[in-house]
Design a protein around this ligand. Sequence first.
Ligand code: ZN
Length: 248
Amino acid sequence: MGVVCSFVHTLSGFIMTIASPNGSNTPDSSSKTAKSLEPRPDRNTHNGQEAKVPCPAQVSQDEMMGAVRTMLLGVGEDPEREGLLKTPKRVAEAMRFLTSGYDTSLEDLVNGAIFDEGHNEMVLVRDINAFSLCEHHMLPFMGRVHVAYIPNQKVVGLSKLARIVEMYSRRLQVQERLTRQIAEAVKEILEPRGVAVVMEASHMCMVMRGVQKPGSWTVTSAMVGVFQEDHKTREEFLNLIRHQPSFW
Ligand SMILES: [Zn+2]
């Protein structure tokens, strides 16, 4: 499958590298690496197996546009009126873009930007903007992601963490899986001593429809390795993501 993805840098937050009091100096945890995480497929069937779906290239642009046209008719619209003439094409293109993360591999994304720095203190990138589509309604959910890890010598270029968030966001998702996939990806590329990911997001399927609760937001987290095992390290991370930066 051809991979044509242009990435927009979504890192609007700030980056910090902080010293962890529970870092490499702790003898009993220095040899620990992140606990194993079972990778989960992007698309589940009812029995938990990965779904067999046709390659996106096999679903033609015309078919997608036809489906949008049918939806327009279904909501009582006239697809021939001027304002809607190009809507099926626009929607099809937008959907391709918003799900382009399926065509990106972690390997291509990281592209060798892993460095053996011998750094063993917590690295945290906070407030990464994320925009995704919930797989239940195909409506947006959006918010911020905080990604931290405690390296085991290896570090990754900081912008790559934002790009990992972007890659998994541009798929049909549930917030819990998105959070976990980001943690799994960091674990896979760096084999760090721990990974922590927290996502805070607002779901349009809750805000605009359903329970209609504007202002509600959902927090999900995935903790691996020392973040799971050591409450001090976890607390330190949680305090750091609560703190408001003074330069903001
Ligand atoms: Zn939903």
